[in-house]
Design a protein around this ligand. Structure first.
Ligand code: ATP
Length: 648
């Protein structure tokens, strides 16, 4: 059995090791499935041909049934026209080489000649129709495949996006859509070549039984060569896809605006460029290796074809000399062999190309099935309309990988709705993880999250998300207008301008919008003409406006004031308090403990565990972690009192 050569073909470059901490290849279940394709030999490939053609046809029919039918009919017609034409040529030669006066022979050959001419015209016409129909079909196939890819990618759990194996599959599968498009082209050519081959083979077998095996021997070498080269290319692609990904990442880092200041001030440009070059050079070496092997394989195949061709014509000569074949038959045989070997060669090359594309479409299909496994479940138990509390019961959650401890460890706490609940704790204590579980982005490994007794794990996830509005620490700064950046909080309904204005006011973002050159219609993407750049604090207010626009029952705000000045911070907390007064539940994560004093309930986390719960006053009085963190912050102000203004 052939073995994959990941380890010996794709050496890990020093750049990969340094920048990405090790080899960028992983042994994954699905790539073993890909090996199954790689083990295919010529025979197995022929056996798979119907399935490949079936897959092309399925793709085509999904995209445009009528165009698919037209292409299929027209290609079959072209094949038949070629076959009839070959038979007519045979008849022409037979007539011309028969006995009798030349004018009689010519007259005899005339109908067959007319048939040849008619068939040539029909074939040209059909070719034009096929070109048009395929041209219409191909982009549609690519669009449908791309849409399905994007739709599935958008519908998987967050954990899938963070899973490196799934992410690699997302990366490789993106080539599948273009391959699906090409499968239509190759599929069409295969059907055409198959029909004309059957015609040529039929004629040859009729002429002399020995001619058909000779034809096959002549064409086998190119089949072997094309298959070998394609298999190597696919192997290499899979082994190197992570490498290419890392190279692209380095390239994009060099031009992205967020990295631009550091690239200039810290001089990171040269560093990134050096690594980019080193990685490109390793990739180039792989390309050179493939080219060398392809050249060698091509030479061997050419030598083999040459010998087979000599043997074929020698056999024909022998048959002629021995009187076993008439000259007219030998003439037709030469034409049929040329047509047949051309068709067979086309068939082999196109089947091989079809096979290669099918491998990539296979990745796409694997993505579809893996994505189905990772899909956010639809349906489920209904959640209470007006829940009174959400309760975490012994919740443990560990991120995939080799983290030393769970991000949340046996956490039991209550979030009473209609209140402000603050989550407090040092960096990495699990606050963000807790709200992500609350929002349904992850499910606990152990324990339950109960909405008035209904387990969130069994609940309708879309209904759960409906009730949550979230301003994450790294909320998305969409490269759209300010209006869309707010209204995207509830993108399932048309933009409601009144609601946008109200949300902007609720978030205290009116000044931010007023300062924009085109108000709410200002494009917030600096890289586009007319685009505008907001400051971190301005963005943060817009993020809160987005959450206010969403009007979820539970508002999760993760570090809302991190980028705000002191006055803005006070205003944002006032806003949050006002929201809570109107009955909205606010789950607030913040390190500014002075602002936490407005919370109704504070949960303190430490290394993934809940260590304290209570009102801010209770916690201060208890003298635990909260009180310690609070006095640390308070001390900073006491140690640096505001200098008294000097008397004039
Ligand atoms: N997506 C992730 N994949 C793997 N580990 C993660 C991920 N997100 C967080 N962690 C880890 O989980 C632990 C808790 O992180 P979390 O972000 O919940 O802390 P936090 O209390 O919100 O911290 P901060 O105050 O710095 O925002 C940390 O050890 C962190 O490294």
């Amino acid at each position: 059995m052939r073995k994959r050569r990941d380890t010996d073909t794709a050496g890990v470059s020093e750049s990969e090791r340094l920048l990405f901490g090790g080899p960028l290849r992983y042994d994954m279940g699905w790539s073993q499935h890909a090996d199954a394709f790689l083990e295919l030999g010529f025979r197995a490939m022929i056996v798979r041909l119907p399935a490949l053609l079936g897959a092309s046809l399925r793709l085509a029919r999904q995209a445009d049934r009528r165009a698919a039918r037209t292409v299929l009919t027209v290609e079959a017609g072209r094949g038949v026209a070629q076959a009839v034409s070959l038979l007519a040529v045979n008849s022409v030669l037979g007539r011309l080489m028969a006995g009798g006066p030349i004018d009689e022979r010519l007259r005899g050959a005339a109908p067959a000649l007319a048939t040849v001419a008619a068939m040539t015209a029909v074939a040209a016409l059909l070719r034009a129709v096929s070109t048009y129909a395929t041209g219409r079909l191909e982009p549609k196939v690519e669009r449908v495949a791309t849409e399905q890819y994007l739709e599935r990618a958008a519908n998987v759990e967050l954990a899938a996006i963070e899973d490196h194996a799934f992410h690699k599959l997302l990366d490789t599968a993106q080539y599948g859509a273009a391959s699906a498009r090409r499968m239509i082209m190759y599929g069409t050519r295969v059907v055409n070549a198959m029909i004309s081959l059957v015609a040529a083979a039929g004629v040859l077998t009729g002429l002399h039984p020995v001619l058909l095996p000779l034809l096959v021997t002549m064409t086998l070498p190119s089949a072997w060569s094309a298959l070998t080269v394609a298999r190597r290319r696919y192997e290499s692609f899979h082994a190197w896809v992570q490498h290419a990904r890392a190279g692209r990442l380095l390239g994009s880092l060099l031009i992205e605006p967020e990295a631009a200041p550091e690239i200039r001030v810290h001089g990171v440009g040269g560093f990134l460029l050096r690594h980019f070059r080193a990685m490109s050079e390793t990739a180039e070496a792989e390309q050179a290796r493939l080219a060398r092997l392809a050249a060698r394989t091509g030479l061997i195949a050419a030598a083999w074809t040459g010998m087979a061709t000599v043997a074929t014509y020698a056999t024909l000569g022998g048959l002629l000399l021995g009187g076993a074949m008439a000259l007219s038959v030998a003439g037709t045989a030469v034409i049929a062999i040329r047509t047949g070997s051309q068709s067979l060669e086309t068939l082999v090359v196109e089947v091989n190309a079809l096979h290669e594309e099918a491998l990539f479409v296979g990745d796409l299909e694997r993505l579809y099935s893996e994505a189905a496994g990772w899909a956010v479940p639809s349906g489920g138990v209904a959640l209470p309309e007006e829940p009174r509390e959400i309760r975490f019961e012994n919740v443990t959650f560990r991120y995939p990988g080799d983290a030393a401890r769970p991000a949340l460890d046996d956490v039991t706490l209550t979030l009473p709705l209609g209140r402000i609940i603050a989550l407090v704790g040092e960096n990495g204590s699990g606050k963000t993880t807790l709200v992500k579980l609350l929002a349904g982005l992850y499910t606990p490994d152990r324990g339950r999250i109960l909405w008035d007794g209904v387990d969130a794990a069994a609940a309708d996830r879309r209904a759960l998300a409906e009730r949550v509005a979230m301003v994450a620490q790294d909320f998305k700064r969409w490269p759209f207008t300010a209006r869309v950046n707010v209204a995207v909080g509830r993108s399932s309904v048309p933009v409601d301008d009144e609601r946008v204005t109200a949300a902007v006011a609720e978030a205290g973002a009116e000044d931010v919008v007023a300062d924009l050159p085109r108000g709410l219609d200002t494009l917030l993407a600096r890289n586009f003409s007319g685009g505008h750049q907001l400051s971190g604090g301005q963005w943060q207010r817009l993020g809160i406006a987005r959450a206010a626009y969403r009007r979820g029952r539970i508002l999760i705000v993760d570090e809302p004031t991190a980028a705000l000045d002191a006055r803005a911070e006070l205003e944002v907390f006032d806003t949050i308090r006002a929201l809570a007064d109107s009955g909205q539940t606010v789950v607030l994560i913040t390190h500014r403990l002075a602002s936490v004093r407005h919370a109704d309930l504070v949960h303190v986390l430490d290394q993934g565990r809940l260590v304290e719960s209570g009102t801010p006053e209770e916690l201060l009085a208890a003298g635990g972690v909260y009180a310690e963190l609070y006095s640390l912050q308070a001390e900073q102000f006491q140690k640096a009192p505001v200098p008294a203004a000097e008397a004039d």
